[in-house]
Design a protein around this ligand. Structure first.
Ligand SMILES: [Zn+2]
Length: 81
């Protein structure tokens, strides 16, 4: 089934949280697992495709059921092309 056109909303988090998350993601001593956990805690979820930090929320209305996926800029570009 082809997905309908999604409604796109940017993910808005506070500067403090963004700072905190960036610091964690740049930390070479943190495992990928922990980084993804921080992304999930702060952004709600990782990018649907690459599991990196998402920046946008795409919500699809699938016959009354809304499906929410998060994407980073890179994957969003690929998906929307
Ligand atoms: Zn991505």
């Amino acid at each position: 089934m082809k997905k309908p056109k999604p409604t796109i909303t940017p993910i808005i988090i506070s500067d403090d949280n963004l700072e905190f998350l960036k610091k964690k993601l740049d930390d070479p001593n943190l495992s990928q697992y922990l980084k993804r956990r921080f992304i999930r805690e702060i952004m709600g979820s990782t990018c649907f495709i690459c599991r990196e930090m998402p920046t946008k929320i795409a919500s699809y209305d699938m016959d009354g059921i809304s499906l929410v996926e998060r994407y980073c800029d890179k994957c969003f570009k690929i998906e929307s092309e």
